[in-house]
Design a protein around this ligand. Structure first.
Ligand code: NAD
Ligand code: TDX
Length: 335
């Protein structure tokens, strides 16, 4: 099997590539990534010399590059996206371009090249948000996005399903909850807080700190993607989560405890605009249909993750200093 992975120099996509090359000794992977500010090809150092791994720096909105790469593979696993909600509040154009137009470009190429298998990585945020007493999101929850980021992801979900209904493209979608783990860009809550604390800084907790997210370790998410890619029902959506709801305050106190630091390091700051109150996922469908279950408890995963950021300081320091852009710039754009 030859896979085209998009966004494989980002957090979840890089972890997926490492896992798949290790798990399937005959698989080949082409990683198409533009290396935006969120991409860091140094993350894929461990597979750089693997003859089954190819990196191409390019834009998923570029039909020429996309067409050529799609023609060479059996399946597409589409992670590439603008992924940070705060950025989408400041300027949402790149979100519409990459998440909507880029997904469309990939779908068109998959259709033109004989209806290639297409797995789309999406998010629970497309379902909007929940009040504390509402049932978790499931596959039939209507899309009610509330941020430009989640609206662009919801649009891409609809485009993917439209290619299934209209063109018979063999698609699947996973809508996953908040991921954490190694190689997450230090703009997201957990890596930002851990690295700020390691730098002696404070951690900015938005609003009252009581917004709830349903946390899943990145390896559990990627195991679910692997199951769906190989065994998922075509034309179906799978909700993926580990039933691990925590307030942002709980996450912060847990990190402080693991790092032996006090609550004086917390700084309550102005709330995020339109801040979704709570996400929660019912993953009953993938559990019963594909026999997937999360393997990593939150306590175990967060402990390992904090240890990873302590042990791999050079990785995130290069990002925070901007140094990583120099090694990214050694990759020219093109096929
Ligand atoms: P990330 O921001 O860490 O990585 C995104 C990658 O996509 C980067 O390497 C970036 O360079 C690349 N990219 C961006 N625009 C591109 C373009 N136009 N062409 C080619 N490459 C481009 O994101 P992530 O956290 O790894 O998320 C991956 C996917 O998973 C996204 O689709 C996101 O919506 C989804 N998701 C993320 C989470 C989470 O908690 N992080 C949860 C559920 C779903
Ligand atoms: O500095 C911060 N302070 C803070 O209180 C940051 C960066 C975040 N927060 C809060 C906002 C959220 O309630 O923490 C929570 C998590 O924030 P993010 O890490 O930005 O994630 P979120 O907005 O929940 O979205 C994430 O999960 C779903 C990913 O970024 C998305 O790509 C994914 O689809």
């Amino acid at each position: 099997m030859k896979l085209l992975v998009t966004g494989g120099s980002g957090f979840i996509g890089s972890n997926f590539i490492h896992m798949m090359l290790h798990r399937y000794p005959h698989y080949e992977i082409i990683n198409l990534d533009l290396l935006t500010y969120a991409g860091n090809e140094a993350t894929n150092e461990c597979v750089r010399n693997n003859p089954r791994y190819t990196f191409v720096r390019g834009d998923i909105c570029n039909p020429t590059i996309v067409d050529e790469l799609v023609s060479k593979v059996d399946a597409i696993v589409h992670f590439a996206a603008e992924s940070h909600v705060d950025n989408s509040i400041k300027n949402s154009l790149s979100f519409v371009m990459t998440n909507v137009m880029g997904t469309h470009t990939l779908l068109e190429a998959a259709r033109r090249h004989g209806n290639k298998r297409f797995h789309h990585i999406s998010t629970d945020e497309v379902y909007g948000h929940l009040h504390h007493d509402e049932d978790p999101f499931h596959e039939h929850t209507p899309h009610r996005p509330r941020s430009p980021y989640s609206a662009s992801k919801a649009s891409s979900d609809h485009l993917v399903m439209s290619y299934f209904h209209t063109h018979g493209l063999p698609v699947t979608i996973s809508n996953c909850s908040n991921n954490y783990g190694r190689f997450q860009f230090p703009e997201k809550l957990i890596p930002l807080f851990v690295t700020n604390l390691l730098e002696g800084k404070k951690v900015p907790l938005y609003g009252d700190g009581l917004n709830v997210r349903d946390w899943i370790h990145v390896d559990d998410h990627n195991n679910a993607v692997d199951k769906i890619l190989h065994h998922g029902q075509i034309g179906h959506t799978y909700c993926v989560g580990a039933s691990s709801e925590k307030t942002n305050k709980e996450i912060t106190y847990k990190i402080l405890e693991l790092m032996n630091l006090g609550e004086d390091r917390i700084e309550f700051v102005e709330d995020r605009k339109g801040h979704d109150r709570r996400y929660a996922i019912n993953s009953g469908k993938i559990q019963s249909e594909l026999l997937w279950t999360p393997q990593i408890s939150f306590d175990e995963g967060i402990t390992q993750t904090v240890e990873w950021y302590i042990a791999n300081a050079q990785w995130w320091k290069n990002i925070k200093s901007g140094e990583y852009k120099k090694s990214n710039d050694t990759y020219a754009t093109g096929v």
